[in-house]
Design a binder for this molecule. Structure first.
Ligand SMILES: [Zn+2]
Ligand SMILES: [Zn+2]
Length: 109
């Protein structure tokens, strides 16, 4: 949630609160980055994988949301300047794992 002030109005919208709640319940109110590490930690907020300011069409899209704890959220935004936004997304990590598996399978053959 960068540019909190600029998009303040958005985060106050009932539509956002609704989709945020949906994202949290989908993720079982757990931080998804910690979960990927096998750690169960309660999510503190819902983060936009593609930022609101980058693509407003995805602002209310459930697939673009991920529940995170404060620590992981800070970690994600720390990489903003490096343009590694997608690196920490759950989908991206899953895809990477799949690619690794595929490579291993190919190697075995
Ligand atoms: Zn964020
Ligand atoms: Zn976390």
């Amino acid at each position: 949630m960068r540019n909190d002030q600029q998009y303040d109005w958005f985060y106050k919208k009932p539509a956002w609160r609704k989709i945020r709640e949906m994202a949290l319940s989908r993720d079982d109110y757990l931080c998804q980055h910690c979960f990927d590490e096998g750690v169960f930690k309660q999510a503190d907020l819902v983060h936009h994988i593609v930022y609101v300011e980058n693509d407003f069409n995805k602002a209310l899209s459930l697939e673009n949301l991920v529940s995170l704890c404060h620590a992981c959220h800070n970690e994600v935004h720390k990489n903003d300047n490096k343009r590694h936004i997608r690196r920490n997304s759950r989908k991206y990590l899953k895809q990477k794992q799949l690619e690794k598996k595929k490579i291993n399978i190919i190697k075995l053959k």
